[in-house]
Design a protein around this ligand. Structure first.
Ligand code: PLP
Length: 439
């Protein structure tokens, strides 16, 4: 396939204007300047078409501008745009009811609504301190939870997120995430690596760093996102839940990236057979409108009037989009994510058999990571190859997004179909073959 010359002239002119007025902190990877999108297809301002395998970082759950989502937003916009969370409106109540229905715990669920993922995490941290009367937290290396002060402290995926911002929030200790592909702790004979990590928290962290009875919560992504789309081994969550129960510690699942149907279930933690106490959501929840949620067991969300609040939480446009998103997921896309996800993983395994640079293909549903290595035995990450692949794919009409050091995350809309996957993976393999040749 002939590569496109990108960015095109209109895109280049806009990128130049952007660079003089927009914060230089945004981590832009390549010069895609969006004009419009439909489902899993997008067009740039020069009229070039692309397949979208990253959905605005796992956000456009129902695809770009799903007509039913657009209509729900339009209908709400004609009624009112904002009233503030100091007052009541039906869309916010209906969304709270729906989240109660799909929350991953038996107990009734109560929701605090936010505008972003980081704010949902911040809410969970404050709630954990308030509810337990304890101050400290356990997080995991490789984690990404956002960029406000509490969430960025819990984040441990790249030092650049912390550089220049110390002192961060007090009272956070990070344990190694149970990455089965790259274990770093010594496992006892017959022990699942996830159990090893939990034993490390109990025997090392609680004994040597922070007493368990002063820990408010353990916060983690059930499948790590930015850290490399890492699925923990089977024994991890049952052991972690037992640890939390032993010491009265809350278990908070950050489902901002992994939730809202991406794994074929409402929440990724449902794949591991345990119930958390609190979850955070954002990204896919409203198909692209800004909305986040901290959803807790009723007995945990026990703070008093005025303890926490915001201006825009439960914005009516975002709630209308979220209600329609959930309806569409229930109707077909939740199932589609499971089916097309497995189809994609199988196809990627076939590609991996032809390309020794692929160290591992992993994931559940449409949350799929492909890790690139210089050598399958040493597993040395191949960051350069991953970066070339992303750029080659872009020039051939496929939007990809990296994560961790040498991983590609495949996180398309949950509405994507098999022929779009086939088309995208053909470009993926061509781009990879070129990258392997050093192009
Ligand atoms: N938590 C997780 C797991 C995320 O992946 C992200 C964003 O990538 C966040 C929190 C922060 O969300 P936001 O960028 O909406 O603040």
């Amino acid at each position: 396939m002939e590569p496109m010359k990108l960015p095109g002239p209109k895109a280049r002119a806009l990128i130049k204007r952007d660079s003089s007025v927009i914060s230089p902190s945004y981590p832009r990877d390549y010069g895609f300047v969006m004009d419009h999108g439909k489902g899993s297809e997008v067009w740039d301002v020069d009229g070039n078409r692309f397949l979208d395998f990253m959905a605005g970082i796992a956000v456009n759950a129902t695809g770009h501008s799903h007509p039913e989502v657009v209509k729900a937003i339009q209908e709400q916009a004609e009624k009112f745009l904002h009233i503030s969370s100091d007052f009541y409106h039906i869309k916010m109540i209906e969304l709270g009811e729906k989240l109660d229905e799909i929350a991953p715990f038996e107990e009734a669920a109560v929701t605090f609504m936010t505008n972003s993922g980081t704010e949902a995490v911040e809410t969970a941290l404050k709630l954990a301190r308030y509810h337990t009367g304890r101050t400290n937290f356990i997080g995991f290396t490789g984690a990404f939870h956002g960029r406000t002060m509490g969430a960025v402290t819990m984040t441990a995926s790249k030092a650049v997120y912390h550089s220049g911002f110390y002192p961060l929030m007090n009272g956070v200790v990070h344990a190694p995430f149970p990455n089965p592909y790259r274990p770093i702790l010594d496992r006892k004979r017959g022990e699942d690596y996830g159990e090893t990590v939990v034993r490390y928290i109990d025997e090392q962290i609680f004994r040597q760093i922070v007493p368990a009875d002063e820990v408010a919560a353990i916060l983690l992504e059930p499948i790590q996102g930015e850290g490399g789309y890492i699925v923990p081994s089977e024994g991890f969550f049952p052991a972690l839940r037992a640890l939390c129960d032993k010491y009265g510690i809350l278990l908070i699942a950050d489902e901002v990236q992994s939730g809202m149907g991406r794994t074929g279930k409402w929440w990724a933690i449902e794949n591991f057979g345990v119930e958390p106490d609190v979850i955070t959501s954002a990204k896919g929840i409203a198909s692209g409108l800004p909305l986040g949620a901290c959803i807790a067991r009723r007995s945990v969300m026990d703070w008093s009037r005025g303890a926490h609040g915001n201006t825009y939480g439960g914005n009516p446009l975002s709630c209308a989009a979220a209600l329609k998103t959930i309806e569409l997921l229930e109707r077909e896309y939740l199932q589609n994510a499971g089916e097309v996800g497995q189809y994609t993983i199988d196809a990627l395994q076939e590609i991996a058999a032809r390309h020794p640079s692929i160290g591992e293909v992993r994931g559940i549903g449409l949350m799929i990571g492909v890790e690139f290595v210089k050598d399958k035995t040493t597993q040395e990450p191949d960051e350069g190859l991953r970066n070339s692949l992303v750029h080659n794919a872009f020039e051939r009409g496929l939007l990809l997004l990296g994560c961790a050091k040498s991983v590609i995350r495949i996180a398309p809309a949950l509405s994507i179909n098999k022929s779009e996957i086939d088309e995208g993976l053909a470009i993926f393999e061509e781009a990879l073959t070129l990258a392997e040749k050093g192009e």
